[in-house]
Design a binder for this molecule. Structure first.
Ligand SMILES: [Zn+2]
Length: 538
């Protein structure tokens, strides 16, 4: 079983660039597989970790526990990532790099269930540039997950899986494959005219790359400003299409050396291409760069599928293709088109909320203001900063208790204030979500609820208006419950699947239960998606 994920791949890439794809890449999946045209994530925030946490569990973040790329861990007061794990060590990385594991994933995956069903004979391996994208689809009982370290330039793993890297991984790393891209020139794959026609000019004003060593024009020379391969270069490599090539080479090594698909027990390989997301964040979804990295990942997928065909046979392989989320147009681009694009400033939101809290709970204007610590702060660069991550705000329960402030009364005060900030469309409180006082029929409320995990989520969840970013500095990003962030491909190909285009509503959460049905195993523990019966041969 092969899962292919392209990070930040919108469904409409098929329509915009599909005729430029090669016959054996994504077009092969569209031709020989079943594809759902109305496939949307049904959770918010639409970020990498929640998406990857959903694919092989069939569970929304509200069940998988993977509510964001990062969140506040209430028990320790620490800012953590979805996969950071201080109890394990990194293998192959830099000495000060934090290690990762699937310990925070609360639901089992298709791979976990396959291993249970086969007394561990099934092999399950996850591969990506990002740790979360390698680890989460593979699951808690996977044999291994490998990701790229921008410190060492190696493919790394952690002691969660084993005490040392397999020999073939060390051999791959010793070949310094990443270093071969030092100074590589990223040029357009096709003629410049084709790009202008489909993606507009190369350097529009909204393609703001300040803060990087890159420019917004082709060609891009990948050095990261360094003179030899180092951390700055590996970081720059992330923002090029070349890590996708690196991943294909590594996946081929994994297939050969781990003998995937060579016996009667079904193995699982998950490959998540991250370059498309990095490039998309820097240049935006309508850029020539995104068009190019899309055409290139199609060719990467063709290479990978050809390799699987030779080694294993595609007739013996179930292939799933999807993305972890879409992406919104750059706000300045959306504004230029009259779509209401804009950036809601973090300071405006927090300032307005703090003023309202002060007015309500410190009406005499006492100084120092006793309400100043009602919202939880974390330390960033040595300075305390309010928690405002994943569009959520965390309360300081100790301070509220100290002053006898009732949370149920406090929450609506915060929400009412937030809603006065231009660009804020919706506000939900923890109390509302816990009580089930939201309407499952309202798609925005439903998506917020599906992204809510009580012990990890914040106390207030905000949603910006369409095309607006909430307290974001990235050129382009995603995270909203709107279609540009939720509409992604879902394609299944293999024995038992009837090829065709399907117009039924679907979500990537349906992939895991459908694969489980085809593999005749127990579905993952928290499956909420449906079996896509319309494409299954009776
Ligand atoms: Zn992503």
């Amino acid at each position: 079983m092969l899962l292919i994920v392209v990070d930040q791949f919108r469904y409409d890439h098929f329509e915009r660039f599909g005729d430029l794809f090669v016959p054996k890449g994504l077009r092969r999946l569209l031709r020989d597989g079943a594809s759902w045209t109305q496939s949307n994530y049904d959770h918010m925030p639409t970020y990498t970790a929640p998406g990857h946490g959903t694919l092989m569990t069939g569970a929304y973040p509200g069940e998988s526990g993977i509510i964001g790329n990062e969140w506040l861990e209430r028990t320790t007061g620490k800012r953590i990532t979805s996969v950071s794990d201080e109890s394990v060590k990194l293998l192959g990385g830099g000495s000060n790099e934090i290690a990762s594991s699937p310990s925070r994933l609360m639901a089992s995956t298709v791979g976990d269930e396959l291993r249970l069903a086969t007394s561990d004979r099934a092999k399950v391996i996850g591969i990506s540039v990002k740790d979360r994208s390698a680890i989460l689809p593979a699951g808690r009982h996977a044999n291994a997950a490998y990701w790229f370290s921008t410190t060492s330039g190696n493919m790394v793993s952690s002691t969660y899986y084993f005490n040392q890297l397999p020999t073939w991984v060390t051999t791959f790393n010793n070949a310094r494959t990443a270093d071969k891209y030092f100074g590589a020139k990223w040029e357009r794959l096709l003629s410049a005219d084709e790009y202008v026609r489909r993606a507009g000019p190369d350097t529009p004003s909204w393609e703001n790359v300040s803060g990087s060593s890159d420019t917004n024009a082709f060609p891009h020379t990948i050095t990261g400003g360094a003179t030899t391969p180092n951390q700055a270069f590996y970081w720059a490599l992330d923002y090029s299409p070349f890590t996708n090539d690196l991943l294909v080479s590594f996946a081929q090594e994994a297939i050969v050396n781990e003998q995937l698909g060579q016996d009667d027990d079904t193995d699982v390989l998950t490959v998540s291409f991250s370059a498309n997301d990095y490039v998309g964040h820097r240049f935006g979804p309508y850029s020539q760069e995104v068009m190019d990295v899309t055409l290139r990942v199609d060719r990467n997928i063709a290479t990978l599928l050809d390799f699987v065909e030779t080694r294993v046979g595609l007739a013996n392989t179930l292939v799933a293709f999807t993305a972890d989320h879409g992406v919104s147009p750059i706000p300045e681009h959306a504004a230029a088109l009259g779509l209401g694009g804009g950036r809601v400033k973090f300071t405006d939101v927090m300032g307005t909320i703090q003023a309202a809290i002060s007015a309500r709970y410190n009406p005499q204007g006492k100084s120092p203001d006793p309400t100043a610590d009602y919202l939880l702060k974390f330390s960033e660069g040595g300075k305390p900063r309010e928690w405002f991550i994943n569009s959520t705000i965390y309360f300081n329960y100790d301070a509220l208790r100290r002053d006898g402030v009732n949370v149920e009364e406090f929450s609506p005060v915060v929400c009412a204030a937030a809603l006065t900030v231009p660009g804020v469309a919706r506000c939900f409180t923890r109390t509302q979500l816990l009580r089930g006082a939201t309407s499952i029929g309202d798609p925005i409320e439903r998506r917020v609820l599906h992204g809510f995990y009580p012990s990890r989520s914040g106390d207030i969840i905000l949603v910006a208006e369409p095309y607006k970013y909430l307290a974001e500095t990235l050129t382009a990003t995603h995270g909203s419950p709107y279609s540009y962030d939720t509409h992604v491909p879902t394609i299944l190909m293999g024995s038992g699947i009837t090829p065709g285009r399907y117009f039924e509503a679907a979500t990537p959460a349906d992939i895991a239960p459908t694969l489980s049905a085809l593999l005749r195993i127990t579905p993952p523990s928290n499956v909420t998606g449906r079996v896509l019966v319309e494409a299954l041969r009776k």
